[in-house]
Design a protein around this ligand. Structure first.
Ligand SMILES: NC(=O)c1ccc[n+]([C@@H]2O[C@H](COP(=O)([O-])OP(=O)(O)OC[C@H]3O[C@@H](n4cnc5c(N)ncnc54)[C@H](OP(=O)(O)O)[C@@H]3O)[C@@H](O)[C@H]2O)c1
Length: 293
């Protein structure tokens, strides 16, 4: 017989998690601070708990998905803390690596198991083959419940024993995403200033994106290997990037487009060039931003 699961927090994401569990036949109890938001799940077979304690008592596995770790403090009540003993807490709320480590310690002190997850998907991907969730914490707790995780997404992966790992990867991947999205905002501003139709921009980006994907993967691999000097596999050294970047700065200056973000890029370029890396692989810039080998 399938385990009973409680979902604490039925906002957009928590509701999607609960729906996926119900669709896979799990007995699912839900709790939400604003009870009305949990009620549509009753029609799908969920039971609505009147309190967090009731939700914890109703299940072997408690999935938490609220807005942030401060809100997850709904578990930190004496009665709830006693009730979690022997159960598995799966914290799927977004947070920091430090927050996950601290929560893992608190849960362990109360005799329960803890897994922390980062959901790399919007609610419409939950319960589909393409749904990605990264999970960290004890491997054995993940393996023992793999079937339940597969109900949440076809691409749920255990990424390490250390509880903060999933949140750390989340932040790294979001940094990549925001780089792309803020890059898109700059591209839109340049296009609008130069009266380029935004449909044309979208078409040209679709054609260019695979080149950029290749550059990103190459940058990560070279940084991992510490191959910063240019060699015969270098796709591009810093020099041509910096030359083309000057064209962007000039255009943005002429068109009075906000340069605060690109000025920060310029500062990193300049630090690397001053240190003698102009003709090194673009990956050499990684030494001027963070920790590298
Ligand atoms: N939506 C996405 O695409 C997405 C993707 C990846 C990760 N996530 C993560 O999933 C989590 C939930 O996101 P969401 O999109 O579902 O947000 P949401 O629709 O705004 O839901 C937020 C949930 O948190 C609850 N909550 C907030 N403060 C609370 C408190 N002090 N005590 C108890 N409950 C509280 C809300 O309860 P009320 O209904 O009572 O306000 C609601 O259930 C976030 O950590 C988010 O970063 C979301």
């Amino acid at each position: 017989m399938k385990l009973s699961i409680s979902v604490v927090g039925t906002g957009r994401m928590g509701s999607a998690l609960a729906r996926a569990l119900l669709q896979s036949g799990y007995r699912t109890t839900v709790w939400n601070r604003t009870k009305q938001k949990a009620e549509p799940l009753v029609a799908l077979g969920a039971t609505v708990a009147g309190s967090v304690l009731e939700a914890v008592n109703a299940a072997e596995i408690i999935i938490v998905n609220v807005s942030d770790y401060q809100a997850s403090a709904v578990l930190r009540d004496d009665a709830v803390a006693s009730a979690i003993r022997g159960k598995l807490i799966v914290e799927l709320t977004s947070g920091t690596p430090h927050g996950a480590r601290e929560a893992a310690e608190w849960v362990a002190e109360h005799g329960a198991n803890y897994l922390d997850g980062a959901i790399m998907a919007t609610p419409d991907f939950i319960g589909t083959d393409a749904g990605t969730i990264l999970i960290s914490g004890p491997r054995q707790a993940f393996d023992a419940n793999e079937e339940m995780f597969r109900a949440l997404g076809g691409n749920v992966q255990h990424v390490g024993e250390e509880p903060g790992r999933a949140n750390a990867l989340d932040s790294a991947l979001l940094a990549l995403m925001w780089g792309a999205l803020f890059g898109a905002l700059h591209a839109i501003a340049v296009s609008q200033a130069e009266e380029i139709d935004l449909g044309e921009l979208a078409r040209q980006w679709t054609a260019t994106a695979p080149v950029v994907d290749g550059l990103v993967v190459d940058l990560i691999k070279r940084t991992n290997a510490g191959r910063f000097a240019s060699d015969n596999e270098t796709l591009s050294s810093i020099s041509p990037h910096y030359g083309a970047f000057q064209h962007l700065l000039e255009l943005m200056e002429a068109r009075k487009i906000d340069r605060s973000v690109v000025n920060a890029y310029d500062a990193i370029f300049q630090r690397a060039i001053a240190a003698g890396h102009l003709h090194d692989d673009f990956a050499a810039l990684s030494q001027f931003l963070g920790k590298s080998r």
